[in-house]
Design a protein around this ligand. Sequence first.
Ligand code: FES
Length: 120
Amino acid sequence: MKKDASARKDSFPSAPIEKKKPQKRPMKSVRPDVKNQRIVLSQKGNKYYVQPEKGKVLLDAALKQSQDVDYKCRKGTCGKCAVTVESGKDWLMPPSEREQSRLKEQVNKGVRLACQAVTR
Ligand code: FES
């Protein structure tokens, strides 16, 4: 038995079809709450602007963001990656023992080792 088209149409409730708007997703690599935040660094007369990337060392975040911070060993021994944090120090974890022993008094003046300083 075949039903005609009008009979089928009447058998379903006529509820309006809701279209869902696509929701904006935050960028994967940068947390939404830090999107407009940045760490300002200086090294040998150059300034660098880095967005914090939770758990990454400052050097890796800087290089990923095309900030050409100078470095050599990446182990915290040579000191070539030393940078002065001009603003945004709250986005960095406290200096590690390795940083403190390598930089000594400079740590108190805002100098950090970019290869060792971890962003929050
Ligand atoms: S690159 Fe050598 S101490 Fe950071």
